[in-house]
Ligand binder design. Sequence first.
Ligand code: FE2
Length: 188
Amino acid sequence: MVNDRAYAWQVLKQHVTSDVLLRHCLAVEVAMRAYGAKFGQDQEYWGAVGLLHDVDFDKFPNDHPNHARDLLSQAGYSSQFITDVESHARNWETERTLLQKTLLALDELTGFIIACALVRPDRSLANLEVKSVVKKMKDKAFARAVNRDTLTEGAASMGVDMKDHIEFVTRALAEAVNKPEYQEVPLL
Ligand SMILES: [Fe+2]
C-alpha cells in the first residue's frame, strides 16, 4: 500500500482540492523521500507519509490533523502510518521518531525554500543558494508567516546542520521539478 505512490496521490486528491495545498504536500513528499534515502530508511514509506500528512487539512482546517485517522484508515493505511501522519500536530506529546521529527522539520522549510526560489529573477530552484535562503530567514518581512524558530528547531531536532539541511532540501526539490510525478501540480 505505502509503496503505491499513484494510489496515495489519488487518495490525497480525493480529499484535497486546493492546488496550494497539493503543492505543499508534494514538496514535503519530495524532501521526505530524499531524507528517507539519506537515513537508509524506506523512502517509499517516508514519501507517502509526507504526501499524505495534510490529507484532512482542506476539509478540517480548524481540526487538523484530527481527521487524518478516519480518512486514511478508510483508504487502508496502517495505524502506524496514520500515527506518523498525526505526529506533526504541534501539540504532539510523545517523543517523535526520526521520521516524525523530519516531517515536522520539513513542513515549514519546503515552502520557505520554494518562496525563496520564486523571488529569484529566474524563479528557479536550480540556482538557489543556501546563503540566499539564510539571508531570507533573517529578513522578517519575507514570508512572515513562517516561524524562523520552527525552521531552526526542526533541523536541531533532526541533528542536522541548518545550512546542510537547506542545501539538501533545496537540491532534492530542484531535482524533482522535472520528474513526471510533479507535472500535474508543479512544485513551483
Ligand atoms: Fe503540512
